[in-house]
Write a protein that binds this ligand. Sequence first.
Ligand code: SAH
Length: 446
Amino acid sequence: MSKEKNRSPSTPHRPSQGGRDFRKRMQHGQQQTATRTPQAPSEPRPGNPSAQPALFLKAGREKSLLRRHPWVFSGAVECLDGAPAPGDTVAVRDAEGSFLAWAAYNPNSQITARAWSWDERETPDSDFFRRRIGAALEMRRALSLGQNSDGMRLVHGESDGLPGLIVDRYGDVLVMQLGSAGAERWRDTLADTLQELCAPACIYERSDSDGREREGLPKRCGVLRGALPENVAVTEHGLRFAVDVAGGQKTGFYLDQRDNRAFTGTLAADREVLNCFCYTGGFSLYALRGGAKSVLSIDASEAALELARRNVALNGGDGKKCEWWCADVFEGLRKLRDQNRKFDLIVLDPPKFAPTAAFAEKASRAYKDINLLGFKLLRPGGLLFTYSCSGGINDELFQKIIAGAALDAGVDAQIVKKLHAAADHPVLLSFPEGAYLKGLVLRVAG
Ligand code: SAH
């Protein structure tokens, strides 16, 4: 944490420009440092903007907020006026003192503030969260995003104007994941609002993402409202998947790949399929239904594979066509190469190798490795469905890595389609980081 953030407004390091709002702040800050007692973090501050603590940015560092990017990095902060607790609302102001946004403050993160609203009249309170969640639900309703599935991402964090909040629906169970101090601060309000607007049988909290460590938040899971049914499942594109809400990965299922799985199914007929990082068998089941000759699925998690086998049975799939390996994919691919096995369609859907750009180099090597092996295992005319869900790897870099892998594998390949997350995972134009999932469908020369 930078010392600058805690400077008192009366230190000589304060911004020296003197706009109208800034002078107001000076008086306000001087009075307050002497008299104000910080409120308890659990108590929302009243709607009076002047009573809110404020975060002042360094001159010129207001640009990204003006472009409506919702993150304020610690390096952009000049000083803090007031004593907000993590998650409390602060007014973010430019060096002149002009209002930029209401944001959730977190001194324990590289992202010191995440913007809730750019409208000075719109301070976050229960009505605000009802409006934002209501808008997220309405967008999905208006676009009929529920027509192929009773599983859906109802709230997609920053891209739905709710930084740090993920809500996934599996039938009548909602899973809520809080990934920021701001979302954490409003946990009860969020749960009440979801209960009111969606009336689910259960709201389960899965606040155990790795990102919470970067936010200085402990992990926490458990039932928030209602009771968790013994069997939770989703039906997507007519296929039924059991979902382990409490023990599965992420919130229990990878809803983002719904339409990409369906697309794979349309190209699987009469093919020998290899599904790497298969989790609970998503791509495998679509391939089977699409008429695949055989499907070999690999995952390192025995629990995931057990559920995958159950999912095949649940859908009346032909278990004899399936082979399941509990193995490390990096090793499994080498074993298949050494056995000289060949496939007609390969899916590579690995976990996040690069959560942030700092991991990009190491992650690039891992992506290249599995894709190079994947290309070598394909028959001429074979298809590779390859994905990256790493925020630290953009589309351009991913394509470059895959091109390098094809070159080293000695194959010519064409991109026949580019894929992204399903529409219930929208990407706010001002927040390109929301486009974390990228996929390429490649056909190697026949
Ligand atoms: N394609 C899946 C989602 C994949 S998630 C779907 O559509 O549902 C990534 C999976 O990779 C997880 O199941 C995880 O257990 C698995 N995994 C992570 N590292 C692995 C490794 N080194 N080898 C094999 N599996 C791995």
